[in-house]
Design a protein around this ligand. Structure first.
Ligand SMILES: *Cc1c(COP(=O)(O)O)cnc(C)c1O
Length: 369
């Protein structure tokens, strides 16, 4: 790989020697998967760190979405955002559910609560919002609408690891929240994910569902899937949990530098911190106004690339434009003006724990003319 290349993200890796010690322990025990001791330890440690009552570990961040829909017996239509990673909508498709796209609030990038009610039909059974870039959705408004119409709420919280509002975890909102521990995320287990659950009964049911539906040695209570996290990745995850706070603080400092330097750049917008919110600084998206900046988003994106700086057009294109979804009535551009606007102007800047001061300055030199 090009030594000079500045990547948009870099995986947080545990200390190799410590990981080796854990591997030795796993080898000695010969218990490598199926709810072993590291799996149990990681579930307990994550509950404490995230301030949530129950968590169930998964092999990735997509299967918790699919499994949550199964567990809550969601059918018919689900209201969701086109401004997300494809896995959000794919999870609906894999359950035979029709996605109904609703536009985003341009101030946050999240599903606009004011647009939800008009999209509700007799077939609607749930809302699946996304905490985009880890910025909390208006969970109170969304819950009010859900209560009024008798809908479930499943949050795709893949970006929202550790995010809190007024001291409470955002992951406690709705009926369930899902997490991704993919290598590119703030906290990773290489591949991995989890479901955050609010009660013991549901936690039990989720644990059955991620293990083929087995409720005992000979009893199968549902057509479950296999999505268990193994011991090796649970051990890796335990080590990474110890250093994630420090990694988030480095990201925070980088966000401060980016904001300070971009503050006076005409045509470059970005998000500020929200009052009362503990952010995780998972991404640093900027939004280009062609008229004011004098360059299109793509021109800047490729200029960065020429200088060995890899941004990411995240999220672009919108999910609603992919072949699977574009014939849906809710996918028409006129229904989603703010989502189009954001997808066409966004670049996520390099943001990770290993980014040096020099690298941050190089990224800024390219953008600040
Ligand atoms: C990463 C991500 C997922 C999927 O997670 P995987 O662990 O890659 O399966 C789902 N939704 C969003 C918003 C994501 O960013």
């Amino acid at each position: 790989m090009n030594e000079k290349l500045i990547t948009v993200t870099s995986p947080l890796l545990p200390d190799f020697k410590c990981f080796e010690d854990y591997l030795q322990e796993i080898w000695n025990s010969k218990w490598i998967t199926n709810n072993g001791s590291f799996h149990k330890k990681l579930e307990a440690a994550l509950c404490e760190y995230l301030k949530v009552p129950y968590i169930s570990l998964f092999t990735n961040g997509t299967l918790p979405l699919i499994t949550a829909l199964q567990a809550l017996r969601i059918t018919g239509e689900v209201i969701t955002s086109p401004y997300s990673f494809v896995a959000t909508t794919h999870s609906l498709w894999w359950n035979g559910i029709k996605p109904v796209f609703v536009d985003i609030d341009p101030a946050t990038g999240n599903l606009d609560p004011n647009q939800i009610e008009v999209a509700i039909t007799p077939k609607t059974t749930a809302i699946m919002p996304v905490h985009v870039y880890g910025k909390p959705c208006d969970t109170q408004r969304i819950q009010e609408i859900a209560n009024k119409y008798g809908l479930k709420v499943i949050y795709d919280a893949a970006h929202a690891f550790g995010v809190e509002v007024n001291g409470e975890s955002i992951l406690n909102a709705g009926d369930m929240s899902t997490l991704s521990f993919h290598a590119t995320k703030v906290y990773n287990t290489i591949e991995g994910g989890a479901l955050v659950i609010h009660d013991e009964q549901t936690k039990k049911r989720i644990d059955y569902l991620k293990n083929f539906g087995f409720a005992g040695e000979t009893e199968v209570v549902a057509p479950g899937i296999n999505s268990k996290m193994d011991e090796v990745r649970a051990a890796y995850g335990l080590l990474n949990l110890k250093q994630v706070d420090a990694a988030i603080e480095v990201r925070h400092q980088i966000a401060i530098k980016y904001r300070k330097a971009l503050h006076n750049v005409e045509g470059v917008a970005f998000f500020d911190d929200m009052p009362g919110v503990k952010h995780n600084y998972s991404y640093f998206p900027i939004f280009i106004d062609v008229e004011k900046y004098g360059m299109t988003r793509d021109e800047l994106y490729f200029k960065m690339k020429e200088h060995d700086v890899l941004g990411r057009r995240y999220f672009y294109p919108l999910i609603s434009t992919f072949s699977t979804y574009r014939s849906l009535p809710s996918a028409v551009p006129e229904n989603l003006p703010h989502a189009y606007q954001m997808a066409d102007s966004v670049i996520c800047l390099p943001m990770h724990h290993a980014l040096s001061e020099k690298e941050v300055q190089k990224v800024l030199e390219i953008i600040v003319k």
